[in-house]
Ligand binder design. Structure first.
Ligand SMILES: *[C@@H]1O[C@H](CO)[C@@H](O)[C@H](O)[C@H]1NC(C)=O
Ligand SMILES: *[C@@H]1O[C@H](CO)[C@@H](O)[C@H](O)[C@H]1NC(C)=O
Length: 495
């Protein structure tokens, strides 16, 4: 085929796409990228220290001093045991090295280690997983698991001294009421793909994840979606998919074959597929669903981190380019401001767009940054990329403003605020606009079924005007209102 005719075909495809009507989509959250609140059962079989996964934030209080452990200045100095309350500086993030050994990161991300083989400090932000000089054994008291001791790399136990210092010089013997005893409180847990796979270890994780991928979403679900008015699925994937079948530890292989299966089912039931790169190397927001180990957001800090996910996009685009079901590729999910700057994000979007275009003419979705004031910050930029789409996520939650709202105020907010922001995004010759996540849930206690029907209707009405379409978060989850499957089956939402 001559290059002129291929060009004409590309132009023709482009015309079809840009004139197509908005699509109704559901996210398949928690399938290929783990989120603990979507699949709590996935964590059930972790045998030991199930509450101490990677990224768990803890406080430690000396039982004799009755004071909390604290990294001075939040890190970069010594660790002391003299604080009356556990602030940020007294909150530490875990790295789970084995079932019983851990590394600890201070507020500013330095790791615990010993100075002069004795004094506890937190000064270095880097660690190899197996670095024994930063690894502590955590021993829990039988029948009182929040009473703990930490064996330091020198073989002795940490103890909190009366002058507030913390040293590793307590011998083995303890009555669990001495200076080497600490009370552990879990503040926050992370439950993502890193946590679940690392806690199981490679072999067990491989079978647990394979079982999950094979059972959490099945062919019948695609049939159900198709029969109930949906046009497409949006499938979150993690960066490790490109290294299947042998992704870097602790991730395990198999997500690729699962995505292949999804394409087959999509074909059979006449659904489109949007691939959504939900987790990039280094994490773009520090949340569970970004594949992070400990909540540190390093993606976007430097130019080389920007480059890494471009390869993942290139892989996905080349692998699925010949599938007619492929409808769009989303370059990244929910990059978080201010850690991810607008300039760095634009660099990535340009490179990711080019990588997609080397293989396919499908829509390229660019996610707005979260926590920005100006929702239009990408509109002008995106206008210069044919087939680009801007993704915005709308939840009447996660802000105190929504907690005080009545049902009617929630509905009014959608018709007034959401609608006007959406309008400001939809400019002529601009990108298409996608409400890529929303849910029929609100912070009103005991709202009735009819309330949810009205709130759902309002959102369908307003988000239905988005030029690209909308996508519900999510298909299946143990929280009824968050599950589009449940909402459809129980008559709350009709498409
Ligand atoms: C993307 O492609 C355009 C057009 O070919 C080119 O001008 C631009 O330099 C490319 N950008 C990147 C980051 O590769
Ligand atoms: C909501 O319902 C629960 C259980 O029926 C009840 O205990 C609670 O007081 C109700 N809350 C409000 C705000 O009506």
């Amino acid at each position: 085929m001559g290059s002129l005719s291929s060009l004409l075909i590309l132009l023709f495809l482009h015309l079809i796409q840009s004139s197509s009507s908005p699509i109704k989509v559901v996210n398949l959250g928690g399938w290929l990228v783990t989120e603990g609140w979507i699949t709590p059962d996935l964590f059930d079989q972790i045998p030991i220290n199930k509450d101490l996964l990677d990224g768990t934030q803890i406080n430690l209080k000396s039982v004799t001093q009755n004071r909390f452990l604290c990294a001075e200045n939040g890190g970069g100095s010594i660790v002391v045991a003299n604080q009356l309350s556990a602030s940020d500086w007294g909150t530490f993030k875990l790295w789970r090295i084995t079932e019983k050994t851990f590394q600890f990161r201070a507020f500013k991300w330095q790791f615990f280690e010993l100075n002069d083989h004795k004094h506890l400090i937190a000064v270095s932000t880097s660690s190899q997983n197996s670095d024994p000089s930063k690894t502590f054994e955590l021993i829990r008291k039988d029948n009182d698991p929040n009473r703990i001791r930490l064996r330091a790399p020198n073989g002795f136990f940490l103890q909190a001294n009366s002058d507030g210092s913390v040293t590793a010089d307590h011998p083995e013997k303890t009555n669990w009421d001495d200076q080497s005893t600490f009370l552990l409180t879990v503040v926050v847990q992370l439950k993502g793909e890193f946590q679940v796979t690392n806690a199981y270890g490679h072999d067990k994780a491989s079978s647990v994840m394979m079982e999950h991928w094979n059972s959490f979403i099945v062919e019948d679900d695609f049939k159900f979606m198709s029969e109930n008015g949906l046009n497409a699925v949006k499938i979150p994937v993690g960066w490790w998919i490109m290294f299947d079948p042998n992704p870097p530890n602790p991730f395990v292989g198999g997500s690729w074959q699962t995505l292949d299966k999804a394409f087959n089912w999509a074909k059979k039931y006449n659904l489109k597929v949007i691939i959504d790169l939900h987790a990039v190397p280094g994490s773009q927001n520090g949340w569970d669903h970004s594949g992070t180990r400990d909540g540190f957001q390093s993606w976007g800090q430097t130019d080389d981190t920007i480059e890494q996910p471009v390869d993942v996009i290139e892989f996905l685009a080349s692998r699925y380019a010949d599938k007619p079901e492929l409808y769009a590729i989303e370059l990244i999910n929910e990059p978080l401001a201010p850690g991810v700057t607008l300039n760095k994000l634009k660099k990535y979007y340009e490179a990711g767009y080019n990588a997609t275009r080397r293989h396919t003419d499908v829509h390229v979705i660019m996610s707005n940054r979260l926590r920005i004031k100006d929702q239009t910050e990408l509109i002008h930029f995106a206008s210069s990329f044919a087939g680009s789409v801007i993704d915005v996520h709308y939840y009447n939650m996660f802000s105190s403003m929504f907690k005080r709202m009545t049902v009617q105020q929630n509905i009014d907010y959608v018709y007034n605020n959401r609608a006007s922001v959406l309008n400001s995004l939809m400019v002529s010759n601009g990108p298409l606009v996608f409400v890529g996540e929303w849910v029929d849930e609100m912070g009103v206690a005991n709202a009735s079924k009819e309330d949810y029907q009205r709130f759902g209707e309002a959102q369908l009405d307003v988000y239905g005007r988005a030029t690209f379409g909308w996508s519900y978060w999510t298909f299946r989850i143990p929280y009824n209102h968050w599950s589009l499957e449940w909402m459809i089956k129980n008559g709350y939402i009709t498409l």
